[in-house]
Write a protein that binds this ligand. Structure first.
Ligand code: DAH
Length: 347
């Protein structure tokens, strides 16, 4: 009776149609994995005198199934090799290479550098860990002067002379100490302030400092330079406005606003007319600036009788927020790809 089972299985193996990969796999599972194994397990129920014959017959069936499966498998492999181009449409465009995006802060930094390099400024860098002299004293912040409180500083606990720079103005000092006028430089970099992280403040952010020291450098030069910058960064037609302000290292000092487009005929490029950034005033603050205080020139070894100069400092995050309508500072550091991806292809 078990021999009948073997015979039936032989027939089934012969008749099983194998046309493709799925059939080949089904064949393997049905016969090699289950049916033949079941026949082999039967051997213990076969009378002893028939066992040998039974074993030979089951083995033959197993070989038969294996041979058929191997042949099917080989055929499939050959077909795969020879047919690889048969169903290939050579006119299809290649899959687009997924390119990444440049971080918006880097985009803005590069743009600032580009604008100033074209008008003769070179780029410099300075240390993020500074001493009191370069961050404060040389910049005309006397010891215990309340102006130091304007910037919440991270001091080194064991040595309060060492701190994380609160502004890139410290690099101005290093440049004036190490170079002879004329000095025309911009200094981008990371700065640190002891502030809680919110949508509008962070304890780490970026600035670009500008400095021009030479003979007869005047407020007119400062105004023209910043006007040029505003037009290049925010577009032709951008106006600038100087508001008088205070910084210890400049005299006179000003804050600069750009016109946001509220009063032009075309829709505001910055907020689309919602007035969310200018709060209805039509002006947006972008930087601080002034004529370098003679005390600063002297502290850095530059003859203040012979030379004058201007300086300015801007926050890169602030420029990026205005330029790309970003409402929350934290987006810059979260590295959410849905945010970053939006800057793919932006230059
Ligand atoms: N250092 C200032 C700050 O962090 C910004 C600044 C203002 C820089 C006026 C300057 C300047 O060079 O002239 O708030």
């Amino acid at each position: 009776m078990n021999f009948e089972k073997i015979e039936a299985l032989n027939q089934e193996i012969d008749l099983f149609p194998i046309e493709n990969k799925a059939d080949t796999e089904n064949f393997r599972i049905k016969f090699l994995k289950y049916e033949i194994k079941a026949l082999m397990e039967e051997i213990k129920n076969i009378p002893a005198e028939q066992r040998k014959e039974y074993g030979i017959a089951v083995n033959a069936t197993k070989n038969k199934a294996e041979t058929k499966w191997k042949e099917a498998q080989e055929k499939l492999e050959q077909n795969e090799d020879s047919n690889i181009f048969d169903n290939f449409d050579f006119t299809l465009p290649i899959a687009a290479h997924a390119s990444g995006a440049i971080h918006p802060l880097h985009l803005v930094k590069q743009k600032v550098i580009e604008i100033f390099e074209r008008i003769g400024f070179s780029v410099a860098d300075g240390p993020e860990i500074e001493d009191d002299f370069h961050n404060f004293t040389a910049l005309n912040f006397p010891p215990d002067h309340p102006a130091r409180e304007m910037q919440d500083t991270f001091f080194l606990e064991k040595n309060p002379d060492i701190l994380l720079r609160t502004h890139t103005s410290s690099v101005q000092v290093r440049m004036m100490q190490s170079q002879k006028p004329p000095i025309r430089m911009i200094m981008p970099g990371r700065v640190f302030r002891n502030e809680a992280i919110t949508a509008r403040a962070n304890c780490i952010f970026h600035q670009v400092e500008g400095l021009y020291i030479g003979e007869n450098v005047s407020l007119v030069d400062l105004k023209q330079t910043l006007y040029h910058f505003a037009k290049e960064m925010f577009g032709e037609g951008t106006k600038i406005r100087f508001r008088s302000s205070y910084f210890p290292f400049t005299e006179i000092s000003a804050e600069v606003d750009i016109s946001c487009g509220k009063f032009s005929e075309t829709t505001c490029k910055i907020c689309g007319g919602s007035e969310s950034v200018c709060k209805g005033s039509g002006w947006i603050e972008i930087l601080g600036c002034g004529m370098v205080d003679p005390n600063v020139l002297e502290a850095c070894g530059i003859d203040s009788e012979k030379y004058t100069g201007f300086a300015f400092g801007m926050g890169i995050e602030r420029i990026a927020m205005i330029k790309y309508q970003i409402k929350d500072l934290r987006l810059f550091t979260e590295n959410d790809v849905r945010f970053l991806r939006q800057f793919a292809g932006v230059l």
